[in-house]
Design a protein around this ligand. Structure first.
Ligand SMILES: O=C(O)c1ccc[n+]([C@@H]2O[C@H](COP(=O)([O-])O)[C@@H](O)[C@H]2O)c1
Ligand SMILES: Cc1cc2nc[nH]c2cc1C
Length: 344
């Protein structure tokens, strides 16, 4: 399997053209703050000052996790497939927000422990009926991990748009994400774990114990794909493949919450330049997310106390991407509007 090679967006000449275009707009220098940073970033990704967003889409990858057998979630595993049905019936939060903001939505069965039968709106990329319990053995075989990565790359290879949001659904996946965070950042497990769907403080301590015991069981490893196969999930691995392909195709990658960011930790260890393509939609209320974002040197656009997943942060941040692109494309310049451009 050939994994994508990702080039940095670094281009000093284009960066100065973008800075000039932004500074010539009728506003005090720097006054559009994070939107200016965003416009510059999108310009560097698209290699032009004439930026445009085309067919934005959110992909929601769903899968189950064997580690739920350890009692690490506030909800039963069956909620994963039930929420997939809810996505297909267009009743979930992500359906509402994607619709509101004109964003296409694709749901992908990456490995849910349920037989959905043939469904037109559900992309069947099932790698298995949930991962193995990583408290006992590696979550995935190498073949399963490779299959998930390959599905992710293929899905994004077939997309038409140039902005892609990543979402997920999977009871138990904050435990997988916290384990990945610990292994990839070195942050103590205690600072990686959180309440997920709503564990009590005692529940969070138990989750920490489960992860610490699993880390000891599996021993030292430093290769990101080994860490992914041992502690990850089918949806997380599929997101890693999808992210790598999206950056190779010079798309804008919209990052959602704690679980999607843990997939990015894996991808960024493999290809650090992927971070040039990432827009961080929000800081989740999941305890470890702020620290994870710090590790990624990320500045999230929103901080709304969300901890839902599904790609909801991406859908909510999308209007800010439109605002960044539109001000750069449509605002008058000091010259065109005959406004004095010199500060006093
Ligand atoms: O995106 C986040 O930051 C986030 C934080 C907490 C929970 N979630 C969602 O909750 C589920 C995982 O929670 P848990 O407690 O079952 O590990 C999964 O379906 C995620 O989409 C998502
Ligand atoms: C109801 C519910 C909806 C979700 N959406 C993403 N994760 C979720 C977890 C639960 C429990």
């Amino acid at each position: 399997m050939r994994l994508p090679d990702i080039l940095s967006t670094h281009d000093p000449l284009l960066a100065s053209e973008l800075a000039q275009a932004i500074d010539n707009k009728t506003k005090p220098l720097g006054s559009l703050g994070a939107l200016e940073t965003l416009a510059r970033q999108i310009g560097l990704i698209q290699q032009t000052t004439k930026v445009a967003l085309h067919k934005p889409a959110i992909l929601v990858f769903a899968a189950d996790h064997g580690v739920v057998a350890e009692g690490i979630s506030a909800y039963p595993q069956s909620v994963t497939w039930q929420m997939v049905e809810n996505f297909l019936s267009k009743g979930a939060a992500i359906n509402v927000f994607a619709r509101q903001n004109g964003c296409a939505l694709q749901i992908i069965d990456a490995g849910v422990n349920h037989d959905f039968g043939k469904r037109v709106a559900l992309m069947d990329c099932k790698v298995g009926r949930g991962t193995a319990n990583f408290a006992q053995k590696p979550a995935m075989s190498w073949a399963e991990c490779a299959a998930a990565l390959a599905h992710g790359m293929r899905i994004v290879g077939n997309l038409e748009g140039n902005v892609i949001g990543f979402g997920e659904m999977g009871i138990g996946n904050t435990t997988a994400a916290a384990a990945l965070m610990h292994k990839l950042t070195g942050v103590p497990v205690a600072d990686c774990v959180g309440a997920g769907t709503g564990l009590s403080p005692e529940g969070v301590l138990h989750k920490q114990d489960v992860i610490e015991a699993a880390v000891a069981l599996h021993g030292e490893m430093s290769e990101p794909l080994d860490i992914l196969a041992t502690f990850g999930g089918f949806e997380i691995a599929m997101i890693v493949g999808a992210m790598l392909k999206a950056a190779e195709r010079r798309m804008v990658l919209l990052i959602d919450g704690f679980i999607v960011s843990s997939a990015l930790l894996v991808a960024a260890r493999m290809q650090p330049a992927i971070l040039d393509y990432c827009v961080f939609s929000h800081c989740s209320d999941e305890a470890g997310h702020a620290r994870m974002l710090e590790h990624l040197k990320a500045r999230p656009l929103l901080n709304l106390g969300l901890r839902l997943g599904e790609g909801t942060g991406c859908a909510l941040a999308l209007p800010l991407l439109h605002a960044a692109v539109n001000f750069l494309g449509e605002m008058a310049t000091f010259q065109s509007a005959r406004v004095s451009g010199q500060s006093a």
